[in-house]
Write a protein that binds this ligand. Sequence first.
Ligand SMILES: [Zn+2]
Length: 61
Amino acid sequence: MMTKLSDLRPPVKGTRQGDEPAREQDHFYNCRRCGQQVDRRDLRQVIWHEQPEHEPLELDA
Ligand SMILES: [Zn+2]
């Protein structure tokens, strides 16, 4: 059973430091553990994928 993005807490508004990446794809990185693409602008995803044990998120947002 996958955890849905909407099951997590609401988006956290953060203040970006530094410049925005020029390309859209620069907002994404591949999780080393589950291999899923993670949008680094979405702290819910980032925090989820920082967990030692997790499965890929079901992105339904
Ligand atoms: Zn992951």
